[in-house]
Design a protein around this ligand. Structure first.
Ligand code: SF4
Length: 75
């Protein structure tokens, strides 16, 4: 069965969230609440912080439920 994966692009990077891996440790929304807000249905608002802040917070995720990749530059 395919892994459940959600993706959110801010143009520069794509945030990848694996809900089945997330243990709801709250680290992401305590660290960067303007982007990660579990009270909202679209809980990742990828345009509310700069890319470096988002990457820094993604790297704190204890389960690696959050990851990212750089988008290809448009030619
Ligand atoms: S930090 Fe990672 S494990 Fe914790 S709530 Fe956020 S995505 Fe889920």
């Amino acid at each position: 069965m395919a892994e459940n994966v959600k993706e959110y692009s801010n143009g520069e990077i794509t945030i990848v969230w694996k809900p089945d891996t997330c243990i709801h440790s709250a680290l992401c929304f305590k660290g960067l609440p303007q982007v990660f807000d579990p009270r909202e249905r679209l809980w990742i608002r990828e345009h509310n912080a700069n890319t470096q802040s988002i990457i820094h917070q993604i790297n704190q995720c204890p389960r690696k439920a959050l990851s990212f990749y750089y988008n290809e530059k448009e030619k």
